[in-house]
Design a protein around this ligand. Structure first.
Ligand SMILES: C[S@@+](CC[C@H](N)C(=O)[O-])C[C@H]1O[C@@H](n2cnc3c(N)ncnc32)[C@H](O)[C@@H]1O
Length: 353
């Protein structure tokens, strides 16, 4: 049986954002992406949704989504397009396929007229092209009669053990009075790396396997929350580094990076995030798509896909499909589900009023 409030996830990736909205009580009916592996993961973890492999730069894709929906009424569209999808260099050119990525969200909204529209992006979107990208988003919302709410959300404020910032634009039909969710945590109560992943096995003598067992009991509220409904551990496979990489990372203190290495060590990587070791007592750096610059706070290896997923607030029962490279990419591209949950909750409350 379908729940009452229905949504569509455009540029769904593996579906981190819509998973959080589902945890809040929405029912995601369709997820759209052009990446096969990400869609497979989406389908596996959103068993009631239809995964649609479409290129959203094509107008025909919008028609296909509308056709698949039939008479189903949608309350919410969410979308996190790649930020390159907003190219405003030179005169705005409808033929520029990258422009079309962003506008696909508005084209679908025009056809379906949902009560709420959520667009998520990197913080830089607000200043892109001297603010013209932001102004164009607001202009599109206004054309469709939505009131725009805009806010930069900081993941640790919502109990996510990772210093990730994301920009949100929420378009709201005039009859609703929306405000962004209040933070649930402050700097004194931020969830740390150790609190988030300290219960996951380390692999002293091997690299683990795709399906592993928990070896200890959860010791924190966050670990208990993440392990809820999961008896086995998926996607927790270690990486075998060269002796050179291990010897360099052994010399980086907790919370340090390439700047903390002795002269002559780790010279091959000197950029900002190079040789970063997480701090056990702090949230992690922003999880990337698998660049191998971030290392475990205690073990001399990069975090596993599962450790990254935990730091992104994916529960352990959420399984990632595809190659290990594709899994890292899916996790790093995602919006933390817990952020989606908090945003989803305030929107759902308004719909239920
Ligand atoms: C930042 S990720 C979205 C992550 C997602 N919101 C989540 O929480 O898991 C952007 C997604 O847009 C998809 N994408 C990029 N260009 C596309 C296109 N032309 N058509 C459909 N999907 C596209 C990518 O494959 C990627 O999965």
């Amino acid at each position: 049986m379908r729940k009452k409030h229905l949504m569509i996830d455009l540029f769904s990736g593996c579906g981190g954002l819509s998973y959080g909205f589902e945890q809040a009580g929405f029912d995601c009916v369709i997820g759209v992406d052009h990446d096969e592996a990400a869609l497979e993961t989406f389908g596996h973890n959103h068993p009631h949704a239809i995964p649609m492999k479409l290129d959203l730069s094509e107008d025909d894709s919008i028609k296909e989504i509308v056709k698949a929906l039939g008479n189903t009424k949608i309350n919410l569209i969410v979308g996190g397009p790649p930020c390159q999808g907003f190219s405003l260099t030179g005169p705005r050119n409808e033929d520029d396929s990258r422009n079309k990525l962003f506008y696909s969200i508005f084209k679908l909204a025009k056809r379906l007229s949902p009560e709420f529209l959520v667009i998520e992006n990197v913080p830089g979107i607000a200043n892109l092209y001297g603010g013209r990208a932001r102004n164009a988003i607001i202009e599109e919302f206004e054309k469709l009669n939505y009131v725009t709410h805009e806010k930069l959300l900081y993941a640790p404020d919502y109990g996510i053990p990772q210093i990730r910032k994301r920009m949100f634009y929420v378009g709201v039909k005039r009859s609703y009075s929306f405000s962004f969710p209040e933070p649930t945590h402050d700097s004194k109560s931020y969830v740390s790396c150790e609190q988030a992943i300290g219960d996951l096995p380390c692999f002293k003598s091997d690299l683990g396997s795709e399906i592993a067992e928990y070896t200890t009991k959860p010791t924190t509220d966050y670990q208990k929350q993440m392990r809820d409904g999961s008896n086995e551990l998926f996607n927790h496979v270690g990486t075998k580094h060269t002796d050179h990489v291990v010897s360099v990372i052994q010399q980086v203190p907790e919370g340090g990076n390439h700047k903390d290495l002795p002269p002559g060590v780790g010279e091959s990587r000197k950029f900002n995030e190079a040789w970063t070791r997480y701090h056990s007592k702090k949230p992690s750096r922003t999880i990337d798509t698998g660049h191998r610059n971030h290392f475990h706070y205690k073990y001399d290896r990069v975090p596993t896909v599962r450790e990254n997923a935990r730091l992104q607030s994916f529960p352990d029962k959420f399984q990632f499909l595809g190659s290990k490279t594709q899994q890292y990419k899916q996790v790093g591209n995602a919006v933390p589900p817990l952020l989606g949950f908090h945003l989803g909750k305030v929107i759902l409350d308004l719909l239920e009023e």
